[in-house]
Write a protein that binds this ligand. Sequence first.
Ligand code: TXA
Ligand code: MG
Length: 332
Amino acid sequence: MSGTGRERQTRCLDVSPSALEAGAAALANGGLVAFPTETVYGLGGDACNAEAVAAIFAAKGRPTFNPLISHVDTAEHAFALGVETPAARALATHFWPGPLTLVLARQPGCPIARLASAGLDSIAIRVPSSDAARQMLSIFGGPVAAPSANPSGRISPTRAAHVLAGLDGRVDIILDGGRCDSGVESTVVDCSGDRLVVLRPGGVTREELAACLAGSGLHLAPTIPPSGSSQPASPGMLASHYAPRAALEMNVTHARPDMELIGFAGIQGAGAEKANLSPTGDLVEAAANLFDMLHRADAHGTPVIGVAPIPPDGIGEAINDRLRRAAAPRTG
Ligand code: TXA
Ligand code: MG
């Protein structure tokens, strides 16, 4: 049973045309590539490949699934994946390429893996300004999910050596492009709802955002939402927003008639889907399937979704964290 994904032979390559080709090829094969951006080094994987996204969480040892930022080479590419709004267009025109991430509603048919957005109906996307990052993104041709390239809970990496120290054996290629200019992660602005909310302060300041938006007659919502508002106050809270409509029961070993049971390893799925997170008991595969299978089970309108016991090792901790949140009593 694998909790952390396969051991990888990490190669460190100085940025060059052939190194960028190698990085893009590794991404296309489902591999993990650490690459420099103007903010911090990112731990990249194909955002449309759920197993690659699961491998990112496994490599970082994240105990929860936070939604990840997808990186693309142009604003047009970004708006093919997420729904454009007047504010998003104004911000993209002014700040991209650069350290700004926009949260947008998913376009219908958006191919970004549900795991990359932790099951949410929105995606976070940005066009980085570092030449190496943009060149690799355009050779690869698709969105690249990339959190900072450090083990969970450690300091964000601004040099390839930091990445190697933290993730040797857990990433296929580290592209060394020298020191990152900024060292502070991108600013995250939610453009998916009625209010424009800064979810994470970062490289672009609130004043810069406000000045840009004012030109289009738009403004940012205050940081603290009015009481009684359903607007989540922080991305961490947003991440826990997704729960199925059905009640969720963990550690189910025998299906009841009213239940969609999502199996794991030797415990078979039952109900309309007969889903199994990983028949072979591979936790990375299970993480990759988790949100899709929850969505599909929920679509049957079943009152209860059961999930087989998931071992707590490696990325199993994050799977269990997500299931516990989905199973917790609903507050509204
Ligand atoms: O500078 C950066 O942004 C770096 C470099 C590598 O580009 N990347 C980075 O990625 O910091 P990550 O995945 O660690 O940042 C995720 C942030 C979190 O604050 C998360 O909650 C928020 O983006 N986020 C992602 N998707 C979201 C969504 N659909 N809705 C709300 N917040 C989202
Ligand atoms: Mg980080």
